[in-house]
Design a protein around this ligand. Structure first.
Ligand code: ADP
Ligand code: MG
Length: 619
């Protein structure tokens, strides 16, 4: 039989390699930014059009390339960063594979402009699908500009596979955040479709974190510093009461390279143990410096995973450093106390309800009524630790911390909105209060059926009811809005604002009224009827978190997600007592739904037990 093995032509090999290096426009962004950093740039500009589908361009003021290097840089395995295998074990650069430019050039139209300081003239190379179209000499400033156009122009399948602009831009922004956070000593600018998303000078690390995540971040940062023989740690963790429902503020950098490490993440989690509520995540921005010899970054093609020689030691040092910082800033004891009290609240509430109905349905409730009943300061302990009134998780318990709750509160300077006490979906007075239901464990509503017994999960059932309600409002676009006494000002990161902007129309259809929606803040003047003001920031944060985690694809319906998210935020929680009118109303509303059987997230809302089954149990 004749020989059948042959070497792949270069352009085919490059295209295959490209698949590994370039998954989406954000991968191009990452590679180009890293090349600029490796070239010792002090200023880097990132220019994006159509979420990178039309253009990704990075301009730096780094050392540039000679004519020969400019041409060579597009060859596969062409790198100036390592010369011998040993160099792999002491990498001080981001790149080392010499694959990025070759790969990108194989699947896009690339224009490279580059000039070294010592040269008078620079080089301009145009290359499309690995084919050099032109090479010229030109007058250009020192540094390098790489423009990548029409990504995946020759691989339609990959191009079609790209997600919506919103999603792709989010990936790009994530990469940008990572690189910008790792290099506060470099000035960055980031433009998308002509508008500037970031323009940040050279600055210290705290300023960088604040520039990227918004001014409200400043007060939540607790410094972490530790120097040991094997590891240097510097950076910040977020105070626990500012923790988020998303993991969007978790950053490890090892030798200025963003990495993902579930193991080290666990070290932080354990340092925060007892300080975070369920479902909330610590924020951290931590730089670890280790001997490059002690790590192996070669194990993952996109290099966000890393292998440490001695992970156990790192874990222990990291955990104790973070614990120490939390303790030193006197957060741990305070928060422990807060945490406990929050957990106890439902029970205080229940006890109190032995003499008063569970939820007072105030049919004369008027959101414009006198202020005295609306705002109420709790006793404040002078902890020297400020809680923001908008800190989201505290207000989860808002409805429960009502005025009759006389246990001392531990939040300092927190204003509780007790109006939510009046907020009830159960305001239909026509329901007869004959007792056919009861509540079990403040979690289930039990009712009888002709054929047996019905057990409803109150939280899931209420989610279903609210979900269908919101969805209806969004679709028919005529929800009523309740005007706020004072406009509500909320701060979000530009990324988060973008998400809200995308959902603005749908949010308005549920009853939200925005008087401002700008790069950094949101002003809300109206909310859907039945939504307490204190819940607004939680709803929006939950929504952002849901959108982020759901990484919506093309079939994604914004309206559906919004309705789900709002239902989740507003549904009656487990642990809340319901009186019999409320229980009945819940049952009736649930069975008036189109799909009463499942919650919006497809979990059963109720179970039934037939008399037969019950009888069997007695046998
Ligand atoms: P790697 O970064 O792994 O070396 P790349 O394909 O990303 O591989 O780049 C190939 C080479 O091109 C680099 O080693 C570097 O010498 C040169 N190069 C790429 N981008 C720049 C830049 N912005 N400034 C100066 N040199 C660059
Ligand atoms: Mg590179």
């Amino acid at each position: 039989m004749s020989d059948i093995i042959q070497l792949l032509p270069d352009h085919v090999a490059n295209q295959i390699a490209a698949g590994e290096v370039v998954q989406r426009p954000a991968s191009v962004v990452k590679e180009l930014l890293e090349n600029a950093i490796d070239a010792n740039a002090t200023e880097i500009k990132l220019i994006i059009k159509d979420a990178g589908k039309t253009l990704v361009q990075v301009i730096d003021n780094g050392k540039g390339m000679s004519v020969t290097d400019a041409r060579l840089s597009f060859e596969r395995h062409a790198t100036s960063k390592i010369k011998a295998a040993e160099d792999l074990f002491q990498l001080n650069t981001k790149g080392f594979r010499g694959e990025a430019l070759a790969s990108i050039a194989a699947i896009a139209h690339v224009e490279l402009k580059t000039k070294q300081d010592e040269d008078d003239l620079g080089t301009v190379i145009v290359i499309e699908g690995s084919e050099v179209k032109s090479q010229e000499v030109s007058v250009i400033p020192t540094g390098t500009s790489v423009a990548v156009k029409h990504l995946f122009f020759n691989i339609p399948a990959r191009r079609n596979f790209l997600k919506s602009d919103t999603v792709e831009l989010r990936h790009i922004t994530d990469e940008f955040h990572r690189v910008a956070l790792a290099h506060p000593n470099i000035a960055f600018a980031f433009y998308h479709n002509g508008s500037d998303l970031f323009n940040i000078p050279e600055e210290n690390y705290r300023q960088r974190v604040v520039h990227i995540f918004g001014t409200k971040t400043n007060e939540k940062l607790v410094p972490v510093e530790e120097v040991t023989e094997v590891l240097k740690i510097s950076g910040f963790v977020g105070k626990p009461n500012f923790s988020k429902k998303t993991k969007s503020e978790q950053f490890f950098f090892v030798n200025q390279r963003f990495i993902k490490s579930p193991y080290l993440n666990h070290a932080i989690k354990s340092a925060f143990e007892g300080l975070l509520k369920d479902g909330y995540h610590a924020s951290y921005f931590l730089n670890l410096t280790v001997d490059p010899k002690s790590i192996d970054i070669n194990i993952h093609p996109t290099k966000t995973e890393i292998k440490f020689d001695d992970e156990h030691t790192l874990y222990a040092i990291l955990r104790s450093a973070v614990k120490h910082s939390l303790g030193q800033f006197n957060i741990a004891p305070v928060l422990d106390f807060e945490h406990q009290s929050s957990l106890n609240t439902p029970y205080d509430y229940r006890d109190k309800k032995a003499s008063t109905p569970a939820i007072e349905v105030d049919r004369s409730f008027n959101p414009f009524a006198e202020e005295s009943g609306i705002k109420q300061k709790t006793t404040s302990h002078n902890t020297g630790f400020k809680s923001s009134p908008t800190a989201s998780w505290e207000s989860l318990y808002v409805g429960l911390e009502s005025k009759a709750n006389n246990s001392p509160s531990d939040f300092s300077q927190v204003t509780f909105e007790s109006e939510s006490k009046n907020e009830s979906i159960f305001s239909d007075s026509s329901i007869e209060t004959r007792k056919t239901t009861f509540q079990l464990q403040q979690k289930y509503i039990v009712s009888t059926l002709k054929s047996g017994m019905l057990v409803i999960d109150q939280n899931r059932a209420h989610q279903r009811i609210l979900y269908e309600n919101f969805l209806r409002h969004i679709t028919i676009k005529e929800a009523t809005s309740q005007q706020l006494l004072f406009p509500l000002q909320l701060h979000f990161t530009p990324n988060e604002i973008k998400i809200i902007e995308d959902l603005k129309a749908d949010l308005e259809h549920t009853g939200f009224v925005f008087s401002e929606l700008s790069a950094k803040e949101i002003m809300i003047t109206g909310v859907p009827v039945g939504v307490p003001e204190s819940e607004v920031s939680i709803i929006l944060e939950q929504l952002i978190s849901d959108v982020e985690n759901d990484v919506p694809d093309t079939n994604f319906s914004a309206a559906d997600l919004l309705a789900k998210s709002m239902a989740k935020s507003l549904a009656i929680k487990n642990g809340q007592s319901l009186n019999s009118t409320e229980q009945e109303h819940m049952v009736n509303s649930l069975f008036a739904c189109k799909e009463p059987n499942v919650s919006p997230t497809n979990r059963p809302t109720f179970i039934t037990m037939a008399v037969d089954d019950i009888e069997k149990k007695f046998m």
